[in-house]
Design a protein around this ligand. Structure first.
Ligand code: NZQ
Ligand code: ZN
Length: 386
């Protein structure tokens, strides 16, 4: 195990009614930028509740609304301008990963003199950010407890993740009841996203024993509770387990101490950048094809372990048969248990015209991953997923 420092400075307020902790924002100043998306928080009553608490704590609230899924750099620029013009002290995101990511980028851009896109392309330039708070309403990305934000410039078909210690939220409210209203489609996509974060760590170049067991626990949780959340949207245990899985799949808990390299995510980010699809759906479509592509004599033992420990398959002398069965289970879970589209064509990607350029960009993000992928490998995976 490599040396590491494990420090996640996000204070997590987990459970029913924990939104009351928003009064603590007064510790960070008197002006807050409330960032939210297309209005689901108003329908759910969270908006009114949050305003009541914030104003009750003496805070002045400014707003950046309309943040889109696959959040745009234009929203970030608008938020940073508001912060600078009004000397805002902190940002509060209420929503899913897109809203939280946008708020994070705003928080950094508010402390930067140049254009916000510079920070997306070169997060090393982030030297400070306003304090970031979040109220999570969709279990998926883990943005509520991690150091990343993913921002798009659709005019250039660019979508990049930026990472910095300054982007880690100071506090996040995780109330599972806020996810009762998440649609079937977004619940499934979010669960697939958590699954993918875990698999990106599980299938990594140097295997950590304890980290792999943590991953298996998260994967089993998703396999068990994903379909329950779909069948019973207001099942508290299901929503709570998915929510805590979301945070722990990407906050460093399952990866600290060993080398990880992600590859399905870079491939999916290109799909979203060019076709604006839902992140979790793209991951679910690509993952089984990536698995088939990298299954070989060198990787069969890991896939065997995955089949036995995660899917409960019967041990066998034929390790390839178990590995292939594990890949089939993965696909069956996404398509039949979660109801996610099976192919790229099902999410509207019917041409191949961008595959080469997407693959070249994705290959840059795949360096150091479990099995190194060339642009040609990635084109083959996209084609298989069509
Ligand atoms: O716009 P609103 O009204 O908020 O509606 C959203 C949106 O339409 C809706 N929604 C959220 N909570 C809801 C709800 N609807 C009803 N009830 C609720 N409680 O769901 C839709 C999707 O929301 P979005 O925030 O886009 O989803 P998600 O959380 O999956 O975020 C996806 C974005 O995060 C990035 C993805 O690439 C994508 O841009 N990622 C961020 C990561 C990170 N920060 O670490 C890592 C991930 O791998 C990922 O790349
Ligand atoms: Zn993801």
């Amino acid at each position: 195990m490599n040396n590491f420092i494990h420090c996640i400075p996000t204070r997590i307020c987990f459970g029913k009614g924990q939104i009351s902790h928003l009064s603590e924002l007064a510790q960070s100043g008197s002006k807050v930028l409330l960032v939210y998306g297309g209005g689901s928080i108003k329908k759910m009553g969270i908006y009114d509740k949050a305003l009541e608490i914030l104003q009750g704590a003496g805070l002045t609230v400014y707003e950046l609304s309309g943040v889109q899924p696959n959040p745009r750099i234009e929203s970030v620029r608008e938020g940073a301008k508001l912060c600078k013009e009004n000397a805002i002290d902190m940002v509060l995101a209420i929503g899913g990963g897109s809203t939280i990511d946008c708020a994070k980028a705003v928080a950094a851009a508010a402390c930067y003199d140049g254009d916000a896109w510079d920070l997306v392309l070169n997060p090393g330039k982030i030297e400070a950010a306003l304090p970031i708070y979040s109220v999570l309403t969709l279990s998926a990305t883990g943005s509520e407890m991690d150091r990343f934000a993913v921002i798009s410039d659709m005019s250039k078909n660019e979508k990049w993740g930026m990472g910095s210690e300054h982007l880690i939220p100071k506090m996040s409210v995780l109330d599972p009841t806020y996810t009762y209203s998440v649609s079937r489609r977004q619940t499934a996509a979010g669960t697939a996203d958590i699954m993918s974060h875990t698999l990106e760590n599980y299938f990594s170049p140097n295997d950590g024993f304890i980290q792999a067991r943590f991953c298996e626990a998260i994967l089993k949780t998703l396999i068990h509770y994903g379909p329950i959340a779909l069948a019973e949207p207001d099942n508290y245990e299901a929503r709570a387990n998915l929510m805590w899985a979301s945070s722990n799949a990407i906050n460093g808990f399952v990866s600290d101490g060993y080398r990880v390299g992600w590859c399905v995510h870079p491939m999916e980010h290109e799909l979203s950048a060019f076709y604006d699809i839902t992140h979790g759906e793209g991951l679910a479509i690509l993952t089984p094809h990536w698995m088939k592509h990298v299954l070989s004599d060198a990787t069969v033992d890991k896939f065997y372990e995955y089949g036995i420990n995660v899917w409960g398959l019967t041990p066998s002398e034929d390790r390839f048969a178990v590995a292939e069965e594990a890949i089939s289970c993965t696909r069956d879970y996404f398509v039949n248990k979660l109801g996610i589209p099976a192919t790229l064509a099902d999410v509207g990607i019917t041409d191949e015209e961008n595959f080469q350029v997407m693959a070249e960009k994705a290959a840059r993000g795949c360096r150091g991953c479990y099995v190194p992928l060339t642009p040609q490998d990635i084109v083959e995976i996209y084609r298989a997923a069509k």
